[in-house]
Design a protein around this ligand. Sequence first.
Ligand SMILES: C[S@@+](CC[C@H](N)C(=O)[O-])C[C@H]1O[C@@H](n2cnc3c(N)ncnc32)[C@H](O)[C@@H]1O
Length: 342
Amino acid sequence: MSTTYSMLGGEGPDSYREHSKYQGALVIAAKEKINEVISAKLDIDSSLNLINVADFGCSSGPNTFNAVQIVIDAVEQKHKEKEFQVFFNDSSNNDFNTLFKTLPQGRSYFATGVPGSFFGRVLPRSSLHLGVSSYSLHFISKIPNGIKDRNSPVWNNEIHCSGSSEAVEKLYFDQYKTDVGSFLNARSQELVSGGMLLLLGSCRINGNKFFESVEGMMIDYIGTSLNELAKQGLIDQEKLDAFKLPIYAAQEDDLKQIIEANGCFTIEAFEKITHGKGEYPLDTNYLTLAFKASLGGSIAAQFGQDAMEKTYELVSEKTEEMLPQLAKAKPGIQYLIVLRRN
Ligand SMILES: C[S@@+](CC[C@H](N)C(=O)[O-])C[C@H]1O[C@@H](n2cnc3c(N)ncnc32)[C@H](O)[C@@H]1O
């Protein structure tokens, strides 16, 4: 069963559109390096009239529009007078309506939506020239066996892989390794030889635990708040026991090794990018809303809209109380990885 979750759609005050500036800042910070690598390393047939670009895990904007425009601008510096077709990919429960309604006016590309899991093929063989994927590769395709089952020795009593149990972490990591391998295999079939794949996102500094990061701490507060609601009888304990977020924050070296082991790509760049917004700001409202926009949808799907709203009231209180601890969180790495299809 797929456990893909969606960001909060629409254009409302709690939507991912409104609260994804942190994620959006990375591709802007990486723009110069993207220009440089595309200019030096993109190796596609210069007689082509049409260049195909795809964003894997596009959500409902506006970050995806910036990402594809940055890629197109970089290609245009090298290959003049081309037409561009952009494939916006996300899972089928993504808010594609908002994406299409808010497509930039005057854009210089044709737009197509491609629903489906990026762990499999979503485009025809050898049809893609450039792919990008930003803040999406930390999703895993399913929760490993045993993790959701209270009677299993590897039942995870937390809602995510915090790193506090080695046995649990190993299962999530194995799933992540399989999934990133599947993602790379699918892209390697879709991309033409010499085409490029740009991966952006965040990972852990080797040796750091996820629970030491701001993201890990915020998800812990969400878990604590859900437990509080279960104790009050406002949500079902069994449903909470089975509620696990399908995300895994890899260590830098592990991610590099998975790409190298796949063997379909040459790593043209593996850069740490100084993020436009640095670490998350220590602001209760900002943090609560950012984590509501990205995870609130899955909580509402499992426990209902009211319970989700109540959860985030508690998360806000907890975040305020824990600001001194959040200030001591260990930083992560924001990366740009550029791969060229062999
Ligand atoms: C945090 S959002 C990032 C959105 C956007 N790329 C950005 O940088 O703001 C991650 C996106 O990946 C999508 N996603 C997760 N698993 C997926 C899968 N297996 N196939 C396609 N999309 C997936 C989610 O639905 C979500 O829209």
